[in-house]
Design a protein around this ligand. Sequence first.
Ligand code: AMP
Length: 223
Amino acid sequence: MVVILLGPPGVGKGTQGARLVDDLGWVRIATGDLLRSARRAGSELGDKAREYMDAGELVPDDLIVALVREHLEKLDPEVGVLFDGFPRTVPQAVSLDAMLPEVSRKVDGVLLFEAPDDVLFKRISGRRSSPEGRVYNVYFDPPKADGVCDVTGSPLVHREDDRPETVERRLEVYQKQTSPLISYYDAAPTRVMRIQGDGDMEEVRGAVREALATELGAGAAGA
Ligand code: AMP
């Protein structure tokens, strides 16, 4: 089974994706996470991607497609795959459609997460994280003292691509380059399941599980 998580930045794809793979025992391929670890490792790909990412632009399709191919080839053929943040352009989707049959797979469904732009803007631009990985939001879940972690007292970091100007750009890039994928998949024999992403996290999780179970027969028995 191959399912794609589609939706604007900040809509909660990452959070829901992580829960889904826990629930279903699938593998998640999140290109944003792979690029961030390539940057931390100082690899050539990481260096090439840095400038695009910090400006809120998309990394070129050929680099992304090569990265995904490398991960697809290593997968156990039986395991379900959840793509998070990929594809992000129509050419990436076309490449994915060409690559999957080589590993005897196809896209089975798309979970499309939607939320109003003002909610997305606050969710991303308000995000602050501690070096230990605790995440706060200055609008929705602020730390007790400004700019420091409640637990460790470490200074909180505002990611470069979460700064307001960059967030505006990321939302624009989504509209222009990624949202055409909605009609691409609507026109394909692929189930597009629409999920309202701005509700309570557990409600969204329930909606995702229900959509997968009723539309694809996937994971109905999961915890
Ligand atoms: P994300 O964590 O998914 O929001 O991704 C962070 C950044 O990585 C994006 O703003 C892009 O610069 C880059 N990126 C991640 N996935 C892709 C992709 N499929 N195509 C192009 N750029 C990507």
